[in-house]
Ligand binder design. Structure first.
Ligand SMILES: [Zn+2]
Ligand SMILES: [Zn+2]
Length: 333
């Protein structure tokens, strides 16, 4: 039903690509992260809550169609529908039904509750294409509430010591999830780097409740940020922009912070293990819930994960992506 091509995963019966990395006539998009939603295709199809993110990313010239979660559309000789993936706002698994049975392409997904998006829905299928970004048994996430308690303690501790708390995170998904979770714990506003503003605004327009945010740029030069929380993209780290923040403690919120070597190598004062991807137990549980007899792994640790599945009696394989290297993309959280 789906074939690997130079442009990405192609469905000949439906004449569309899923998350293609080259321009194609019709791109079916799982979610708005840069390694899945690439500019230049003639037409895009996505789940309704994903459309504003794509429009913001691609500009007004892009042709973007969307359908609500769970609603099917006929494409060629297939029927296609989107089902929540729980990864970021609008993220979807793509279900394709045709002569070769039912395939589900997960895109990126997680199973923890996330106040910024619809919860993951297990979709029964014959073939499941699963992400495996964190497909090794070392990856197990702590409950979100515990991680957020750590963030609050770090922020309060820094405040007591007159330091600015600088929390690096991805601009689409992680930043809004942190702001939504923090909004449940405090009413102190957070300052945000200018690069974060467009996507935060899209989430606000979608009605996601989040902590009040203030653009850092609007503060006059020379104002102190001691005691404040500042969210910033990793690309701002080490740039002159940081100078205005004064004495600070920096932290990174990512699933990668589970790995001691990465923590040490990146030398953040703190690492918060908070991921928008499924951890090992969630991957294994999800695959069982789909009932799929064949599972194809993609992203991150696809090969060891596929071997693990094979050893447990499933037909399995690997789907290559153009975006390998777990820390390489904006999205390897
Ligand atoms: Zn993603
Ligand atoms: Zn991804």
């Amino acid at each position: 039903m789906l074939q690997e091509t130079a442009a990405g995963l192609f469905c000949p019966d439906g004449d569309f690509y899923i998350d293609p990395w080259q321009p194609v006539p019709r791109a079916v998009i799982t979610h708005g992260h840069g390694d899945h939603a690439r500019f230049g295709s003639a037409g895009y199809l996505c789940a309704s809550p994903c459309a504003p993110l794509l429009a913001r990313r691609f500009g007004s010239s892009a042709v973007i169609e969307s359908i609500p979660y769970g609603e099917a559309i006929a494409l060629g000789r297939t029927r296609v529908s989107f089902h929540p993936a729980g990864h970021v706002l609008g993220s979807a698994q793509v279900r394709v039904e045709g002569a070769a049975g039912v395939w589900v392409v997960s895109g990126d997904y997680k199973r923890e509750a996330d106040p910024t998006c619809e919860p993951f829905e297990a979709v029964p299928c014959d073939t499941f294409v699963t992400e495996s970004t964190f497909g090794l048994p070392i990856y197990r996430w702590d409950p979100t509430a515990r991680v957020l308690d750590e963030v609050m303690q770090w922020w309060n501790g820094n405040k007591a010591n007159g330091l600015t708390s600088v929390l690096f995170c991805y601009t689409l998904g992680k930043a809004q999830r942190l702001l939504a979770e923090l909004g449940r714990l405090t009413d102190q506003p957070a300052y945000v780097h200018g690069m974060m503003l467009p996507m935060i605004e899209v989430y606000r327009m979608a009605g996601v409740p989040m902590l009040e945010t203030r653009p850092l740029i609007e503060r006059p030069r020379g104002t102190s940020f001691a005691g404040e929380l500042v969210l910033a993209p990793l690309s701002a780290r080490g740039t002159p922009w940081m100078r205005r923040l004064g004495d600070l403690s920096d932290a990174f919120a990512s699933g990668l912070m589970r790995v001691r070597g990465v923590r040490r190598q990146r030398a953040f004062d703190r690492g918060f293990v908070l991921s928008d991807h499924a951890d090992w137990p969630a991957l294994v549980t999800t695959i069982a819930e789909t009932g799929a007899a064949r599972v194809l792994a993609t992203h991150g640790h696809a090969e060891p994960f596929a071997r693990f599945l094979k050893s447990h009696g499933l037909e399995s394989g690997v789907i290559r992506t153009a975006w390998e290297g777990e820390a390489g993309s904006e999205d390897a959280q």
